[in-house]
Design a protein around this ligand. Structure first.
Ligand code: GLU
Length: 304
């Protein structure tokens, strides 16, 4: 791609699946929503495999996800990036935060934190045990970021202005885990900046992570993308569709029907005569008619 093309295409979105299983209806929503939001404004759309957590990766899932995207007419730009190829970038970001005194080593085990912590939005709020230095005789296990004691406010293009006090709600969170893996929160921020992503469109289950990501962007002086969080599809038990909740694999053979179901779920009211239309016609209609204002504001909605 030439530099001019990059310059003329300021919008760049992405879909960032974890290759822990095949796509299901829930992940297809994030794929279609991020694709349409970028493409409807002439933007690029990248696919990134979030495969940092090697032990959770399922062999064959990466290719299966890509074939399923292709079957649904969701063509991506450029090569598919794998997080596992970018470890040097995360290492460099952590080194910068170390240099600036914004991270510290932590010796606490999960059990120790659970014993002393209050519950926050995502389990235990780290009580700050190692913030002032490791207790005598303890070895470092993980690296935590020193979260500033001030609220973070951001605009979500579906949900409006949102504020979260990361220090109070989450506490100093882990950037490098005791098992040596980089945490999602650091990797996603570094990758989005490195890939020039201008807009993050994903499920509303990640709304609660956004303030943490903005805190890291500020510390690393990285540009802030715009955010748009889509409703999350839940099963009759109210659980997010996921591998854990045994969501069925999306069938590439019924791609046209799947696309229409996703468009309805996203409030796009696909034209009746699209029923039975080929994938390419549905995707072309959806790019032309994408209306982010019609997105349901609910954070969760029943899957069809
Ligand atoms: N890899 C994450 C997931 O599959 C998505 C991360 C993101 O879009 O920021 O839930």
């Amino acid at each position: 791609m030439c530099a001019d093309a990059l310059h003329e295409t300021p919008v760049r979105g992405r879909f960032a699946p974890s290759p822990t299983g095949p796509l299901h209806f829930g992940s297809l929503i994030a794929a279609v929503g991020s694709f349409l939001h970028a493409r409807s404004r002439g933007g690029q759309w990248l696919v990134r495999m979030e495969d940092l957590d090697g032990p959770r990766e399922v062999p064959g899932a990466r290719d299966d996800i890509l074939r399923t995207l292709e079957a649904h007419g969701l063509e991506w730009d450029g090569p598919v990036r794998r997080q596992s190829d970018g470890l040097a970038l995360y290492e460099a970001a952590l080194a910068r935060l170390m240099r600036d005194g914004l991270v510290y080593p932590c010796a606490c085990t999960r059990r120790e934190i659970a014993d002393s912590a209050l519950q926050g939005i995502e389990g235990a709020i780290y009580p700050g045990t190692c913030r002032g230095g490791l207790p005598a005789g303890r070895m470092p296990r993980s690296w935590r970021v020193r979260v500033p004691a001030m609220p973070t406010t951001f605009i979500d293009d579906a949900h409006g202005e949102l504020t979260q006090d990361v220090a109070a709600d989450v506490g100093d969170f882990v950037l490098k885990r005791a098992d040596g893996l980089f945490a999602y929160q650091l990797a996603v921020v570094v990758d989005d900046a490195d890939q020039g992503i201008t807009e993050v469109v994903r499920g509303a289950d990640l709304l609660g992570s956004t303030a943490r990501q903005i805190v890291l962007q500020q510390m690393l002086a990285l540009p802030k993308p715009t955010y748009l969080h889509l409703p999350v599809a839940v099963n009759p038990a109210g659980e997010k569709l996921s591998k854990q909740s045994l969501a069925p694999r999306i069938a590439p053979e019924t791609a046209s029907l799947n696309l229409l179901a996703v468009l309805s779920f996203l409030g796009q009211a696909p034209a009746a005569d699209l029923r039975g239309a080929p994938v390419a016609a549905i995707v072309a209609w959806a790019i032309e008619h994408w209306n982010a204002r019609a997105l349901p504001r609910a954070r969760t909605l029943p899957a069809p």
